[in-house]
Design a protein around this ligand. Structure first.
Ligand code: FES
Length: 285
């Protein structure tokens, strides 16, 4: 039956909306969560000490805080530093500026940072939460005029395409973190397990669940075909695609779990290394 009652579908102005639900909860949570992650990550990287624990034991094994892995260089004589044999390139370089702490973490944090920063999921999250463009579906965006008007990911924002390159580095990090996990199940060469080992092992597992759900990886393993039943390798491609799609559908979830996990693992090892908490383990050390 025709009706002449006009229903408003739109309202103008920043954060103005006809929505009645708690739409602000999601961007608010993103601002809080990502801010905590950034603050902790930078704080941990700046410390430059207490990133290693092996209960004073020499030999194979020990816990390495994930924000400090891989160890490109190691500064000797620092409290809670890893033994020199864990360094890729040996002792700390002389050319390092004196005003920056000799932190192995500062050398390697940028790559995973850029990988997450350019992730399709995180982009959606921080465009909404931090730049309000718009803050949520059907909610008014921050007003922009003239040259600063919204142009999507054009111009300088094309740099976000670097994601497909950093994805390869992320794969390398997963391998390194699995090696750290292997290391963490030994103390002075003796096989065992501790809370720290389990946290360190969970880190690459969660990171892999996040990374293998990446849109770029999904395209790489299965997205370049028009037809799975045509040509060689179609079935393998189809199976890979199913796994990547399953993870991709849960990409946001694994993005958050992996982010929280690495912070918990890093903080735990730092606190154990500083002696604030005692690691429960089978070595009794
Ligand atoms: S799209 Fe999120 S990691 Fe690639």
């Amino acid at each position: 039956m025709p009706t002449d009652i006009a229903t408003p579908i739109h309202t103008k102005g920043f954060a103005k909306t006809l929505r009645k639900d708690k739409w602000w909860l999601y961007p608010g949570t993103v601002v809080f969560g990502l801010s905590c992650f950034l603050i902790y990550g930078l704080w941990s990287a700046w410390q430059a000490d207490y990133y290693w624990f092996s209960a004073g034991q020499d030999g194979f094994g020990g816990y390495l805080a994930p924000f400090y892995s891989p160890l490109i260089f190691i500064k000797e004589g620092v409290a809670g530093a890893a033994p020199m044999e864990h360094s890729f390139f040996g002792p700390w370089p002389e050319w390092w500026p004196k005003w920056i702490p000799p932190s192995p973490s500062l050398l390697i944090l940028a790559i995973p940072g850029v990988f997450r920063f350019t992730c399709y999921y995180y982009r959606k999250a921080y465009y909404r939460a931090f730049t309000g463009t718009p803050p949520a579906c059907a909610v008014g965006a921050l007003p922009r005029k003239g040259k600063t008007g919204y142009k999507g990911e054009t111009g300088l924002m094309r740099v976000q395409n670097i994601h497909r390159i950093t994805m390869y580095f992320a794969l390398f990090y997963i391998v390194v973190f699995f090696y750290d996990a292997y290391l963490s199940f030994f103390r002075a060469g003796e096989l065992g397990v501790g809370i720290g080992s389990l946290l360190i092992l969970g880190n690459p597992i969660m990171l892999a669940a996040y990374t293998f759900g990446c849109h770029s990886i999904r395209h790489l393993v299965s997205g370049r075909r028009d037809c799975y039943s045509c040509g060689m390798g179609g079935e393998i491609s189809h199976q890979n695609g199913k796994v990547a799609t399953w993870l991709n559908q849960r990409h946001e979830r694994f993005a958050w779990i992996s982010m929280i996990w690495i912070v918990v693992a890093d903080l735990y090892i730092r606190l154990v290394s500083m002696g604030y908490i005692v690691d429960l383990n089978t070595w009794g050390l």
